[in-house]
Design a protein around this ligand. Structure first.
Ligand code: SF4
Ligand code: SF4
Length: 173
């Protein structure tokens, strides 16, 4: 089977359709690949740990207040364009249900009323901390959070590369 082409500049709906097509055709087989399934499990654990750390340090509460009470969420429309089809495929492999439409006109395509729906997120989304956060949270706590995020980003990189390698091998014309 030949894999359709997808590029970062495609509209998000097209990248989602591409990721869904790959998931339907290869999702099960990809998860049977030992290295991929291990990286998926490692990524789930790393995401869980770094989000728990974000909650413990108070970042989650600050962002919730900012978003709900002050209209200041930083997840604006256009940020979804940073995601390529591979990242969306990783999310599908992790059990995420990608949206059909944008919930809020000014919001990122992946923002729901309960926050970001993605499990595997772009390094920009993982790393971003605004001035308010760096002012309110202790530097030591931010460093601990950064360490955990670093692990998440590393695993994501290896998973991304491994999936491309395997899928290209399977679909080479
Ligand atoms: S990172 Fe800053 S701007 Fe973004 S939601 Fe949190 S507090 Fe608000
Ligand atoms: S964190 Fe999620 S909702 Fe926010 S910009 Fe990134 S992908 Fe979009």
């Amino acid at each position: 089977m030949i894999l359709d082409k997808t590029s970062l500049s495609d509209p998000v709906e097209k990248k989602i359709a591409w990721a869904r097509g790959c998931h339907e055709n290869f999702g099960e087989a990809l998860l049977k690949e030992e290295r991929i399934s291990r990286l998926v499990l490692d990524l789930k654990a790393a995401v869980y740990t770094s989000r728990r750390e974000m909650a413990l340090t108070g970042v989650v509460d600050i962002c919730r207040r900012c978003d709900r009470e002050e209209g200041g969420s930083c997840c604006g429309a256009g940020l979804e364009n940073r995601y390529d089809g591979w990242m969306l495929l990783i999310n599908l492999l992790m059990g995420v249900r990608l949206p059909e439409t944008r919930a809020g006109e000014k919001d990122c395509f992946f923002l729901s009323k309960n926050g970001c729906i993605l499990t595997a997120r772009h390094v920009i989304c993982i790393n971003y901390l605004c001035e308010r956060i760096t002012r309110l949270i202790e530097p030591g706590a931010i460093r601990a959070m950064r360490d955990m995020e670093g692990r998440e980003i590393n695993i994501l990189f290896f998973l991304h590369e491994e999936m491309k390698r395997v899928l290209r091998r399977w679909t080479r014309p």
